[in-house]
Design a protein around this ligand. Structure first.
Ligand code: ARG
Length: 464
């Protein structure tokens, strides 16, 4: 081996790698984020090697102590990157060699960087699932708190962004609670499925050393060892699972972000953005821009992009490991960083938004949102077939519109002129309060139903 050849694998090489080869090959600039997982997995591995009598106890102890020292150094000083050392695994091993000498070379017995990186990465993604779950729980908490205060606050419920039927703000907010609950269950499923340990799969075929895969798996908090060594080193569907859950979650956050943008606009005025969540304009002094909400909307697109990037990287790969797989990390790291930020921002905005019930109520009245209630009243009280009732209610809307009135502004006389069967009680059906109170089917918008949903939501949060 020449002096220049790579220390880790250069035994049969005569010269060093081309500079560009080094650059394209190196992953330390991003996989340094795996150092905690890498050291934890190495400690579990070396303890198992000693217990199985594969290496001497004394060497194992020196390796473990060295690894602890490296962890302390990294935590204190960060990692000084050396692209010729390619990745985090080689950085740790090189430093260990500096610290304890040739015994460091025993650590890599009965493993390969292939099972090593697959293990590190699973540990990382597992943490990311736990983090998302905790953040989603806080987001849900914020939603329930606001929903409770606004269980009876009336706003227009929309379809096609047209005023549809009046709803309560509490009901609307709890819709996002449900989405967040499903997001959490997606992360939980992903976590459960990924929680099998690749360590011991070695390069791809397993190893001839008498290792104990159950021991390393349990030391690292896995439910057991991954069953097939070829699969264990080559698939990254656990990362896809995370990114799919993250994408679904980000899309939900994006919808709420879009609503905040709409609600905060002047024509709506349903919410006031507090100073803490607004930005100003350098030229238009009146501005209070919802930049955080817009960025959540924007970031959700980037998160979806990471899913596409990971899936595309995997789709054409023959088994088992190929270096393409090194590209699994940047998209996942990006998604995790963005999702964390989006969840923090949305949780914060939901907690701090100032709702304007007066503007919501006025919009619910102005949009003729109780036309369906009038039709339902005719069906229920006058036994009119729904199609005919729909027609009569339509005529009532037209009459109000022609005079720029809300439905509630119409008089009995106005109604009677359209259909003789309409009376005092019909007029009451046109009120948004009675409309909302009447929708008390399970899961409906009536304040009493919303309070039941809040109770269920609180029970759920107490359980998780
Ligand atoms: N840095 C590599 C990665 O992240 C580690 C595995 C290298 N394995 C190999 N056969 N070259 O994928």
């Amino acid at each position: 081996m020449s002096e220049d050849a790579n220390k880790m694998w250069g035994g049969r090489f005569k010269s060093a790698a081309h500079k560009v080869m080094q650059t394209i090959n190196a992953s330390i600039s991003f996989d340094k984020h795996l150092w905690r997982q890498d050291i934890a997995a190495s400690k579990a591995h070396v303890a198992m090697l000693a217990k199985q009598g594969i290496i001497e106890d004394e060497a194992a102890q020196r390796i473990a102590d060295g690894l602890d020292r490296i962890a302390a150094e990294y935590a204190r000083d960060g990692i000084s990157e050396d692209p010729s050392l390619e990745d985090i695994h080689m950085h740790v091993e090189a430093r260990l060699t500096e610290l304890i000498g040739p015994d460091a070379g025993r650590l890599h017995t009965a493993r390969s960087r292939n099972d090593q990186v697959a293990t590190d990465f699973r540990l990382f993604v597992r943490d990311a699932c736990d983090e998302a779950d905790a953040q989603l729980a806080s987001f849900q908490e914020a939603l329930v708190n606001r929903a409770e205060a606004h269980a009876g606050t009336i706003m227009p419920g929309f379809t096609h962004l047209q005023s549809g039927q009046p709803v309560t703000l509490g009901h609307h907010l709890l819709a996002y609670f449900e989405m967040a609950a499903r997001d959490r269950s997606r992360f939980a499923d992903a976590r459960k499925r990924m929680n099998l340990c690749p360590l011991g799969a070695a390069a791809l075929a397993g190893t001839s050393y008498p290792i104990d895969r159950d021991a390393t798996a349990s030391a690292l908090g896995f439910d057991g060892p991954a069953r097939n060594s070829i699969d264990a080193v080559s698939d990254r569907d656990f990362a896809l699972d995370y990114l799919m859950a993250a994408s679904a979650c980000a899309l939900h956050l994006s919808r709420l972000a879009e609503e905040i943008v709409i609600w905060a606009s002047q024509p709506y005025g349903f919410v006031k953005l507090p100073d803490a969540w607004s930005t100003g304009s350098s030229i238009m002094p009146q501005k209070r821009n919802p930049d955080a909400a817009e960025l959540v909307r924007g970031h959700s697109g980037r998160i979806l992009g990471t899913l596409v990037s990971m899936a595309t990287m995997l789709k054409g790969l023959p088994l088992a490991y190929a270096k393409d797989l090194q590209n699994d990390k940047p998209p996942l790291f990006e998604a995790r960083e963005l999702l964390t930020l989006c969840l923090e921002a949305m949780g914060g905005m939901v907690a701090d938004l100032e709702f304007v019930p007066g503007a919501m109520l006025a919009a619910a009245r102005a949009g003729h949102a109780t036309a369906t209630d009038l039709a339902d009243w005719l069906v229920r009280e006058q036994d009119v077939p729904f199609r005919e009732a729909h027609h009569i209610a339509g005529a009532v809307v037209a009459a109000a519109e022609a005079r720029s009135l809300t439905l509630e502004d119409l008089s009995i006389g106005d109604l009677k002129a359209i259909d003789g069967r309409l009376d005092e009680a019909a007029l009451k059906a046109l009120g948004v309060e009675s409309s909302v109170a009447s929708r008390d089917s399970f899961g409906g918008t009536a304040p009493d139903q919303v309070r039941m949903q809040i109770k269920a939501a609180r029970d759920y949060l107490a359980r998780r």
